[in-house]
Design a protein around this ligand. Structure first.
Ligand code: SAM
Length: 166
């Protein structure tokens, strides 16, 4: 495991496709998978996280990061092929998995820190996903060729330790 003193956690970095620098020291890259393969078009694809861990049960103390990036799998298992290799897939327990993922992201986020969430609506509407966390996004943006990729920003306002904040 590569040790870093990063202020930002990417909870499921995959192939780090939206990063300008895939070795950015400011980011701790986490993913549950680690592998290297060749895609059908001949291009190499790799998932090479700093730490191989599960976003439903993360190995960090509470309030560790200023920012958490959360771009979980969005395809159900009916999808197949290169997309599944690149993005992973959801199984029938996806609601439970993503609810735990959100809860863990907010747990490891410092108070006043930001969660950047990305969701592609190919299989599941973003409105269904937002039901899985009590937190409300501040703002968002829709992008992608089919205008079905949502980017959202949340803030952690309350400390999980301080009941008076609630
Ligand atoms: C949509 S992809 C991330 C794409 C990435 N943001 C990029 O820029 O390339 C989702 C990633 O979540 C990972 N993943 C799935 N379940 C996970 C879990 N329980 N914990 C951590 N990572 C997980 C998958 O291995 C996959 O790489």
């Amino acid at each position: 495991m590569k040790m870093k003193n990063a202020k930002i956690l990417d909870a499921c970095c995959g192939g780090k496709m939206f990063y300008f620098n895939k070795d950015d020291d400011r980011v701790l890259f986490q993913d549950i998978r680690q592998f290297e393969t060749t895609l059908c078009d001949g291009r190499k694809f790799e998932i090479k996280p700093d730490i191989q861990a599960d976003f439903t049960d993360m190995p960090y103390p509470d309030e560790s990061f200023l920012m958490v990036v959360f771009d979980p799998p969005h395809l159900t298992t009916k999808s197949d092929g290169w997309q599944k290799i690149k993005y992973g897939a959801l199984d029938k327990d996806w609601r439970d998995m993503l609810a735990k993922g959100f809860a863990e992201c907010f747990r490891v986020l410092k108070r006043g820190g930001f969660l950047i969430f990305k969701w592609n609506e190919t299989d599941i509407k973003v409105s269904e996903i937002l039901k899985l966390t009590p937190e409300k996004p501040i703002f968002g943006h829709i992008s992608g060729k089919r205008a079905n990729t949502h980017w959202m920003c949340f803030i952690k306002e309350k400390s999980i330790e301080n009941e008076c904040d609630k």
